[in-house]
Design a binder for this molecule. Structure first.
Ligand SMILES: [Zn+2]
Length: 410
């Protein structure tokens, strides 16, 4: 029976308890089977829609009659130990459950809207395990740019990108890459998304006063070698990260910045002194996730000479070496295998900015993001755009997807 057929059964329409338990389980199982990252349960004026975010894009998967909305929300709230009688405030919770032998870990958020409560469930992926660095789509040059700072005895490495850009997965892969029995790796995260073997992970708990700065100070008294700080959101945490680096620790963290050079600007904006950044920062990276073309249905793309020439001009200006042989690009079509989306799974496009003497001097002199970016490109950095076009030349992704994800129009 499909999810929609199940939802149309009389016991669900009558909103019977047992049927709702089964429906909620089926929704979670279907989301996991489709590789969804989030489940949205949205009230609309006439009905309720259940949507999955798959490969970064929302898709409607189920429509339910209006009278099922409140009982289903109540069921999901009960699963996350939320207050089912309270429908007026925002609530957050977590669901840990076993369904037919499979472990599930979901974070739930419920928010009141004018049409009723909306629930969002994020699936935390304990099942598939974490990919290693070699599986994340780094080109050889970028992997070298990442691996050499990872071997440094001290310094700050920052992974940046908007939420949902895969930076946590990459930070974890980097941590696993350098984990050895003889080093003490400690993390402070909000929340701990995956448990990593061989590391001591601490979850932020604001109610108990365990914030990023408090946790980080505690870690620094616990004789760490390598520290991972889930997010730098305030000056105090940022300062502690740089102090830790100056006193001989390798620190990895994450920051909301749109580009690698933007990381430096963001740290300056937070109030870190330029000389502290130029001495402490060893690598800033930025990334976005792009959808991989379905190999069963992708088609050769036909572009005008003008488009190709604009594409080449921009890619070369951003560090890409254009091949002598005209490249072949592919575009998405859609077939049964890829649910008519033309895509399956995602990989990242990167830019890696290592700190060197020149970039350090520019940082100390408060050079602009653009000046630092241009200097980095001259030294061999490829931007996310150039990395994306390189990957499009291999046929793995489409040019359209790179332009879409980076909001570029040619
Ligand atoms: Zn396909």
């Amino acid at each position: 029976m499909t999810l929609q057929e199940h939802a149309a059964s009389e016991s669900v329409l009558g909103a019977e308890e047992e049927a709702l338990v089964e429906l909620s389980a089926k929704i979670i199982e279907a989301a996991a089977a489709d590789g969804a990252s989030d489940i949205h349960i949205n009230p609309t004026p006439r009905e309720t829609t259940v949507r999955f975010r798959i490969d970064g894009v929302l898709q409607d998967v189920l429509t339910l009659p209006k009278n099922v909305h409140d009982p289903l929300l109540t069921r999901f709230k009960a699963m996350a130990d939320l207050d089912t009688s309270n429908r007026r405030t925002v609530q957050d919770g977590r669901i840990l459950m076993n369904l037919r032998g499979q472990e599930y870990d979901l974070r739930e958020n419920v928010i009141p809207s004018v049409l009723g409560e909306k629930a969002t469930l994020r699936l935390l992926d304990k099942v598939r395990g974490l990919p290693g660095l070699e599986r994340l789509g780094y080109r050889e040059e970028d992997r070298k740019r990442l691996e050499s700072p990872l071997r440094a005895p001290s310094g700050v490495i920052i992974f940046s990108g908007p939420s949902g850009s895969g930076k946590t997965t990459h930070a974890y892969a980097a941590l696993q890459h350098i984990a050895r029995p003889e080093v003490n790796i400690m993390t402070i995260e909000d929340p701990v998304e995956y448990s990593l073997p061989g590391m001591v992970q601490i979850g932020v708990n604001k109610k108990m006063g365990l914030t990023f700065p408090v946790g980080l100070r505690g870690i620094l008294r616990s004789d760490p070698d390598i520290i991972f700080v889930g997010a730098i959101r305030d000056l105090e945490t940022a300062e502690l990260c740089f102090q830790a680096a100056m006193t001989g620790h390798l620190v990895m963290s994450q920051l909301h910045a749109t580009t690698a050079a933007g990381v430096i600007e963001r740290l300056l904006d937070m109030g870190i002194e330029p000389f502290v950044i130029s001495q402490g920062l060893i690598l800033a990276s930025a990334q976005r996730l792009v959808r991989v073309l379905c190999k069963d249905c992708r088609e050769k793309a036909k572009y005008s000479a003008k488009f190709l020439s604009d594409l080449r001009k921009r890619a070369e200006a951003e560090g890409l070496i254009w091949p002598n042989k005209p490249p072949v690009f592919y575009q998405a079509k859609g077939c049964e295998k890829c649910r008519k989306t033309g895509h399956w799974r995602r990989i990242a496009v990167f830019e890696m900015l290592p700190m060197d003497h020149e970039i350090a001097c520019m940082t100390a002199a408060r050079a602009s993001v653009e000046e630092i970016r241009q200097a980095a490109i001259k030294k061999g950095m490829t931007t996310m755009f150039a990395d994306g076009i390189y990957k499009a030349m291999t046929g793995e992704i489409s040019v359209e997807e790179v332009l879409r994800v980076l909001s570029i129009s040619l």
